[in-house]
Design a protein around this ligand. Structure first.
Ligand code: AMX
Length: 439
């Protein structure tokens, strides 16, 4: 076992004991009441999951093991001469619960590089799709094809003890993360670059090598990738991709199957596909207004028109957040440093100036502020990654870090199969009648 794995086991054993004590001594404590509105409206605000890797505050935004995004950008190890955190470091932090040293991060980079070889049949699966297939469809299918490699599934069929599940899930998680950049880059080059593939460079960090395989050697694009792959990694446990991965994993489906479930959820336009939708929406606006840099007044009118058409303004709103997403602000700060004069980026900032009061004036949108997806596409476009339907795949590669480190925790803590209770509206009507007659 590598030392990171040993350390993880040590931490998980301590946490396991603590949880046992919490349940023994306080298992009957009530957290909150649940209303019928919450039950009907997407379980919003119901605390029903434990996810150790990150916690979302509706006003402050995400904290990974207690660290905010600006703190991560300051404290996580970087490449020599770089400014942005290495996602390897965030993975270590989420897994172990402590900030990594440069040695820890190098160790993870090396491990992922050594495991990154993708078996041929996975490429055959990708090749069997028409190139017109959406990149997320190809990505999900490729993850399923990688599942033949699952050590967990093999061990389970050989009757491994429940106490050892975590060890095989850990191995699968590490291998899967190692291989994702290669399959994502393969899908990209096949669909948009005439199938001219670029071999991995095992001497680079995970993000640097990913950028290289996509076709970028520009150091500032590599820095963007490091930032991008860090900030999209985790957003506590209730969002669709994290929850789906956790839920499917609770049936002891292996990490490949579980992660594929998370990715099919990420592919939805209200979740991870929103980055693609933002760019399409801005493109349509610019075409309609016949301007590459519409004025704030023109943008305001276009937002109102979108709302009147009964459509969402992509990149705005959030189920939990109630302020500007710090992931949006981190990208804004990066853009101010690297590309402040880009007209698309300036349009993103102009939308930020005018959209919130208009969204607020509807009286129903709970969060009128931008989320992570409002900014990411414009930055990618600036560097020439203009194919917006690929953006969610980048999000997915990053999300693997959060949901798979979480899955390691789920198995190490022995969490059971997830099975909440559901009811019918008929049940609700009867319940209300009974409540009325008692009153
Ligand atoms: N534009 C227009 N209407 C919006 C809106 C927006 N950006 N955000 C919310 N609304 C509407 C909802 O559709 C809902 O309308 P309804 O009552 O007619 O059904 C109403 O406002 C109340 O919704 P809410 O409680 O504020 O939001 P929610 O928790 O139901 O949904 C989200 C959250 C993100 C799905 C929603 O804000 C949205 O659709 N935003 C645009 C898509 C987007 O950017 N998604 C990415 C989110 C981040 C991520 O997961 N990557």
């Amino acid at each position: 076992m590598g030392y990171v794995k040993d350390l993880f086991k040590e931490k998980a054993d301590v946490q396991s004991k603590d949880i046992k004590t919490i349940i023994e001594q306080n298992g009957n404590k009530k957290l909150e009441d649940v209303t019928l509105a919450q039950v009907y409206q997407g379980m919003r605000g119901i605390t029903g999951l434990v996810t150790e890797t990150s916690l979302l505050d509706s006003n402050e935004g995400i904290r990974f093991r207690g660290f905010s995004i600006p703190e991560l950008r300051e404290k996580l190890p970087k490449v020599e001469g770089g400014n942005e955190p290495l996602p390897e470091g965030l993975f270590y932090l989420m897994l172990i619960g402590e900030l990594p040293t440069q040695t820890d991060v190098d160790h993870i980079s090396d491990t992922w590089s050594r495991r990154s070889h993708v078996p041929n049949h996975v490429f055959h699966v990708i090749e069997s799709f028409p190139t017109s297939a959406h990149p997320m469809t190809q990505f999900c299918a490729a993850i399923m094809a990688l599942q033949t490699e699952s050590k967990f599934t093999k061990a389970y069929s050989e009757g491994v003890s429940k106490k050892e599940h975590w060890s095989y899930v850990y191995e699968d998680a590490m291998t899967l993360i190692s291989r994702l950049p290669r399959i994502a880059a393969y899908i990209y080059r096949r669909k948009y670059k005439n199938g001219e593939h670029i071999h991995p460079d095992g001497m680079q960090d995970w993000s640097g090598n990913f950028a290289h395989m996509l076709g970028y050697e520009d150091e500032s694009f590599k820095e963007l990738m490091r930032l991008y792959l860090t900030i999209h990694a985790d957003h506590e446990g209730g969002n669709v991709s994290a929850h789906a991965t956790h839920l499917v994993g609770s049936a002891l489906s292996d990490p490949y199957l579980s992660f594929a479930a998370g990715m099919t959820g990420l592919a939805g336009p209200l979740h991870g596909l929103a980055n693609q939708e933002v760019i399409r929406w801005i493109d349509e606006m610019c075409t309609e207004l016949n301007s590459q840099e519409p004025s704030k007044e023109e943008i305001a009118e276009y937002i109102k028109k979108t709302l009147l058409q009964g459509k969402v303004v992509p990149g705005y709103g959030h189920a939990v957040l109630r302020k500007t997403d710090p992931r949006f602000l981190a990208q804004m700060e990066f853009a101010k440093r690297h590309c402040p004069d880009d007209s698309l980026i300036k349009t993103v900032w102009n939308i930020y100036d005018v959209a919130p009061p208009i969204l607020e004036s509807t009286g129903k949108i709970k969060n009128p502020w931008p989320n992570v997806d409002a900014h990411s596409g414009a930055l990618l476009k600036h560097y020439g990654l203009v194919e917006e339907d690929f953006y969610t795949v980048l999000f997915g590669v990053s999300r693997a870090l959060g949901v798979l480190s979480s899955l390691c925790w789920d198995r190490a803590l022995g969490f059971p199969i997830e099975r909440p209770k559901s009811i019918t509206t008929e049940w609700v009507k009867k319940f209300l009648k009974q409540a009325e007659s008692v009153a």
